[in-house]
Design a binder for this molecule. Structure first.
Ligand code: PLP
Length: 494
């Protein structure tokens, strides 16, 4: 029994015996963990003496070294202290990191009890977006299974084998020069981007590029224009940086800022080659007018060119950045659609004045993506694998889009049109304003179908209704049943 100052060996052995199991975990670890738990729970009180390792081992009928290991580990972590010549004592002061934690408050609806950011409260109370994999019609999802993984693995293996230790260090060049050169060549040719390799900063994707630009180009409270409807990832990145968002309408010619006059912004975010998610293309007249507006007001334009490699009726449209003569456009690209999202590589093409600060901010805040991976990507581009994959997928996605349209027509006729589709990997099914697109989206989710409501792409959700339908990852045999389920739900709402 515990006599107040000493825990006796027989009492402690009995308390430990219930906690030692034949479950493959070494006994010394089990004893260490059990003693640690008892100390944290206050069962072994501060300043009390533990029995000697020899006595405890005898009581437990195990080797003394097993107990010694546990005692030594607890000593090293500060749970026990030794007093010269008189054994091991429970520490009077527990190490700060090991003090018993109060149970975390459940982050349920309104259940956040500790002080935290508005952002956390919003995340805790808003509910998770629908899962994004394994279902028709997840927007923005390419066909990952069709990616030439064997080629990629070979390139990766080669670069990991040949890697030089300097490339595994902390790095701050804003990306490997070989990848920047390969990207510059690709972007000049395929996207008409006006670019030298020195203007490129490699990131972990557009999401990180948006975050970096929000931090670099604006301060909290500054105004930023976003498209309405538009990409929720941009809203998230800008809001997280405290920007004041202004939703700008979009029409058949892209961002229509003239329709909503107001103070000029610091940042203008656009998807001119394939507006997300309506699919409209910004006309040349609008592009030139927007560049002029930005030049007059000093606003920065952020051009997100996320999926325009997949243009079905001709060559991909030239990027707006190629028209910029004032160094006011930051062009963002990503490998998420043309390769696969888990790669986490994107790039910014920046006016030269921004490159150095962006490179330094990336190095300070996030560090660089692994160089062997960047080098594999450089070869993937330079050896023609990227161009070949895009060509193959463009044909495949064109067929899938047509299949979606055919089944849609068969199920719904002209009751619900499908729009967009000259480019990219999703279509939009606009719905009448009276339709509750969130309810429809929830109803089809019960059939394992993901069709996000257009209202979720808007800052004023009551304005626009519809469903956003990604088709690129929907296999031919899945298309008909998926469209049937969706059409069945849809007709009961419209
Ligand atoms: C408009 C838009 N931009 C960018 C991205 C890709 O972002 P990331 O490179 O972070 O994967 C997406 C993905 O869905 C998108 O829809």
């Amino acid at each position: 029994m515990n006599n107040g100052a000493t825990f006796t060996a027989d009492w402690l052995a009995e308390a430990l015996q219930g906690r030692i199991r034949q479950d493959g975990v070494p006994q010394n670890r089990q004893i260490y963990r059990a003693l640690r738990e008892m100390i944290l729970a206050g069962q072994l009180t501060a300043d009390c003496r533990l029995p000697s390792s020899r006595a405890l081992a005898q009581e437990l009928a195990i080797a003394r070294n097993t107990v010694l290991f546990a005692y030594e580990q607890l000593l090293a972590e500060g749970y026990l202290q030794t007093r010269h010549g008189s054994g091991s004592y429970v520490s009077a002061v527990l190490p700060a990191a090991r003090r018993p934690e109060p149970k975390p408050a459940a982050p349920a609806m309104g259940g956040v009890s500790r002080r935290a950011s508005q952002w956390l409260v919003a995340l805790a109370t808003r509910g998770e977006r629908a899962p994004r994999s394994g279902h028709a019609f997840v927007p923005g999802r390419p066909d990952i299974q069709a990616f030439p993984l064997a080629v990629w693995q070979r390139l990766l293996a080669r670069h990991w084998r040949q890697t030089n230790p300097a490339e595994l260090d902390y790095l701050s060049a804003g990306g490997h020069s070989a990848l920047k050169r390969a990207l510059a060549d690709y972007l000049k040719l395929a996207r008409s981007v006006d670019v030298a390799a020195e203007q490129i900063v490699v990131t972990s994707g557009t999401q990180q590029s948006l975050d970096l630009l929000a931090r670099l180009l604006a301060d909290a409270g500054d105004r930023a224009w976003v498209e309405e409807p538009g990409y929720p990832g941009t809203v998230a990145a800008f809001q997280a940086n405290g920007l004041r968002l202004q939703a700008m309408p979009v029409d058949g010619e892209g961002l229509n800022w003239q329709a909503s006059p107001g103070p000029s912004p610091r940042l203008i975010y656009i998807t001119p080659s394939h507006q997300y998610p309506t699919g409209s293309v910004m006309s040349l007249a609008r592009r030139l007018a927007l560049l002029e507006y930005a030049a007059e007001t000093g606003a920065w334009i952020i051009e997100d060119d996320y999926d325009s490699e997949f243009r079905y009726g001709g060559r991909p449209l030239a990027a707006l950045q190629g028209l910029d003569r004032n160094g006011q456009v930051a062009y963002l690209g990503t490998c998420s659609k043309m390769m696969f999202p888990g790669l986490r590589i994107g790039y910014m093409v920046l006016p030269l004045s921004l490159v150095e600060p962006a490179r330094r901010m990336l190095a300070r805040l996030y560090r660089e993506t692994a160089y062997p991976q960047q080098l594999a990507l450089a070869d993937f581009i330079a050896d023609g694998h990227l161009a070949m994959h895009i060509k193959r997928m463009r044909a495949c996605y064109a067929q899938r889009q047509q299949l979606l349209r055919d089944h849609w027509q068969a199920e719904l006729g002209d009751a619900v049109p499908l729009t967009g589709g000259d480019t990219g990997i999703h279509l939009l099914a606009p719905l009448p304003a009276a339709c509750d697109d969130r309810a429809i989206s929830l109803a089809v989710l019960a059939k394992d179908i993901i069709a996000p409501p257009l209202s979720e792409y808007c800052l004023s959700p009551e304005k626009q209704r519809g469903l956003v339908l990604g088709y690129a990852a929907v296999r031919e045999e899945e298309m008909a049943p998926a469209v049937q389920h969706l059409a069945h739900c849809l007709t009961s709402f419209i």
